[in-house]
Design a binder for this molecule. Structure first.
Ligand SMILES: Cc1cc2nc3c(=O)[nH]c(=O)nc-3n(C[C@H](O)[C@H](O)[C@H](O)COP(=O)(O)OP(=O)(O)OC[C@H]3O[C@@H](n4cnc5c(N)ncnc54)[C@H](O)[C@@H]3O)c2cc1C
Length: 368
């Protein structure tokens, strides 16, 4: 029987490995990092992501995340707040991703850490010291693997991302208790929320031209952010990383096109990239990982899997990408805030429409 080889041990790869192992398939997972590490992410774990993790037998509550059930939107001095139609969790990727890999191992997956795939050639994963063949599941997230570029035409790829942690001051802990605060500013947006251990996650995206106009350094950007009413209180908080994590050229709005002649199974951000403000990228990664495992087990083809995954996530990705484009212009931004402030329920509805649907989650997490 063909062995399944999963490339990348983030949430998509971890979910696929855990599920395949539970089905008795003993997959091999290759992860280039050797130890748990911080990842650039807002760390807003949606209810759908939580449902996927529990269906994998993974108890996320034991990691001690922060409960989030409200969203607050700031644009200059305007703001709108809504109760989320679900409860989410603020949890670091450092804890979550590593714990999921350990969970997959306990279920019977073989996990090789510190193993980077250099390229994919002739249907094999090429390593520093040889190559491995099998059914390849590509789950390398934002990172491309040589030989497998994504066609990112038409996506929003001119944003730079930053992420850091702060120690919560009493004022910030009170104001953010149970809430994720999203500040939309000229050229970008920032999310601020609690995660485990009394820390705050600040994660933001900014247009690269705007970043350059502000001085082109983290220090100049942070000074500008502190002028935003929604972020001003960070001036009194201690920053916990020596320098922020950064990322650029994430292709927001990317959706892989299924091809009958392509044997590679693409999961997570390799299959679809939803704008970060939705906080559902992790759920989509887990969803794809789980679905891939079930379809491998059922003997499906890679193309059938890609078509099914696309069916589950394309609408959400397109809507969120349109909203992100709207928020990128000054008029669109203020129209959005005015509209959301005037229509109670609109913010919650948008939060619902940009997520994997409950039906798709239920289908994917139903016991085998
Ligand atoms: C700025 C920003 C903020 C975000 N905020 C949120 C949020 O708040 N909530 C949310 O749900 N989603 C959020 N997302 C989206 C979310 O982070 C991604 O959708 C999700 O991490 C995708 O999971 P993945 O498993 O596909 O990839 P990843 O989590 O990126 O994992 C990929 C793994 O592959 C490994 N790897 C890479 N290359 C190789 C190689 N060549 N060989 C072996 N291993 C390799 C990496 O080390 C990594 O562990 C955000 C994204 C960004 C950019």
């Amino acid at each position: 029987m063909t062995r399944t080889v999963i490339i990348g041990g983030g949430l998509a790869g971890g979910a696929a490995a855990a599920r395949l192992a539970s089905l008795g398939a003993a997959p091999l997972l290759l992860e280039r990092e050797t130890a748990a590490h911080d990842k650039i992410c807002g760390e807003f774990l949606s209810v759908e992501a939580g449902a996927h993790l529990s269906a994998l037998g993974f108890d996320v509550a034991r990691l001690g995340g922060a409960r989030i059930d409200r969203v607050r939107l700031h644009a200059g001095h305007r703001s709108a707040e809504a109760k989320l139609p679900f409860t989410a969790t603020g949890i670091t990727r450092r804890s979550l991703d590593w714990a999921l890999l350990e969970h997959a191992e306990r279920r019977g997956a073989e996990v090789r850490r510190g193993t980077a795939v250099r390229r994919i050639a002739d249907g094999e994963a090429v390593l520093a010291d040889g190559s491995i063949g099998g059914r390849l599941l590509l789950a390398t997230g934002k990172h491309e693997v040589r030989g497998q570029p994504r066609d990112t035409r038409g996506t929003i790829a001119d944003l730079i991302g930053f992420k850091t942690f702060f120690r919560a001051t009493p004022v910030l802990a009170r104001s953010l208790s149970g809430a994720v605060a999203v500040t939309v500013f000229d050229g970008g947006y920032a999310g601020l929320q609690c995660v485990e251990g009394g820390r705050l996650n600040l994660c933001l995206l900014i247009d690269r031209h705007r970043f350059r106009d502000l001085g082109g350094t983290w220090a100049s950007l942070f000074t500008a952010l502190l002028r935003e009413p929604g972020l001003a209180a960070l001036a009194d908080a201690e920053m916990l990383l020596p320098r922020p994590l950064t990322i650029s050229a994430v292709p927001y709005g990317f959706l892989v096109r299924p091809r009958a002649d392509d044997p590679l199974w693409r999961l997570g951000d390799q299959a679809a990239v939803i704008p970060s403000f939705c906080g559902d990228g992790m759920a989509m990664a887990l969803h794809g990982g789980r679905l891939a495992a079930d379809m491998v087990d059922a003997g499906a083809t890679a193309a059938a899997f890609q078509a099914r995954l696309r069916q589950d996530v394309a609408r959400q990705v397109r809507l969120a990408t349109t909203l992100q484009r709207l928020a990128g212009s000054r008029i669109g931004r203020f129209g959005l805030i005015a509209g959301l402030g005037a229509a109670p329920g609109a913010l919650a509805a948008l939060a619902r429409w940009t997520r994997v649907t409950p039906g798709a989650v239920a289908r994917a997490t139903a016991p085998a």
